[in-house]
Design a protein around this ligand. Sequence first.
Ligand SMILES: Cc1ncc(COP(=O)(O)O)c(C=O)c1O
Length: 378
Amino acid sequence: MIKESKILDIASENGTPLIIIDHNQIKKNFEIFRKNLPRVKPYYAIKANPEPEIVKTLYKMGAGFDIASWEEFEIVYNAIEGMENEKDRFMNDKTIYANPVKRIDSLKKLADYSLRMTFDNYIEIEKIAQYCRNSRLVLRVDVPNLRSIVELSTKFGANQEICMDLINYAKKYGLYVEGLSFHVGSQCINIDNYAQAFKINRNIFKQAEEIGIKLKLLDIGGGFPAPYEEDVPSFESVAEVINENITHYFDDPDIEIIAEPGRFLVATAAVTVVEINGKALRDNKIFYYVNDGVYNTFSGTIFDHIQYHFKAFKTGELKESAIVGPTCDALDKISLNEHLPDLNIGDLIYSEKTGAYTNASATHFNGFPPAKIVHINI
Ligand SMILES: Cc1ncc(COP(=O)(O)O)c(C=O)c1O
């Protein structure tokens, strides 16, 4: 956690709204991941926070990257340092295009690469065969997303019944399926989702083996929860279940195991500082109107289903308060349930754990630009 005095210094130098991203915390999170999941190679899902400085830090730590579009490919390509020809090799070896349904213009631009890319349906195989046929395929399998905060299985993943048929269909098109991937849903607080996913994927590995196809990659996706609330399972407890399942089902050292962590690596690394622009009493509650909202940094309130909380730099008797954003839309309410001391126009407040799916999905609605971002401890 960044000290309050430091947050205030940086805010007075840069103004607000302001996101401060602490790279020491990102490095720490990455190390926790590596230490607890030694068999799993992390490919940072840059959708969680696509700041190039974050890509640089994680690249230096040895991460690979999960990209969801040509544009995210470019962010990684431009951020990594190295000789030009090594960059292409890095992109082929250490990135995965993990969007099961890809835009055709993205596929066309990647035609000269041999990237790993996920798919979960027949038409996608035909698209890849037509526009990007050097690709190495990874089949995204449907797995339970029960009680995960963001359920991805409602949109992606092939039912296990059709997986072998999809693998054979790809073969008919001359494409090679290297392995399987799954995603247990983002902010997965139900660890059993991982256990179920391993079991389902193991069965498909076996079915493939029975017809002479040796799959060699398992991508266990993202979902690793960030500690927004106290009752969120610890990374260690999630890792324990994953390690048990790897030992039980995937002990073959020839099978490469990768993951696509997004939120866990960056959520706790950022603090957002906002300024109070207005104050009104509504329903016996103090409404503070601040200069950042759900259309900007706090977009995760809507898209990511996360409840952000605020702290003041002042002390005093705590009063029931609401924090709402600057736009004219009534949806723009960040939190209706805060307890803060009495604050005045111009006072600053801050919200921790705002590094994932925040600035990544900020808009310019009502003319308000996204918050300034300052990186520290790079
Ligand atoms: C394919 C894929 N991989 C990885 C992630 C990152 O997930 P998380 O931030 O939960 O780790 C997502 C998030 O939506 C995703 O869709």
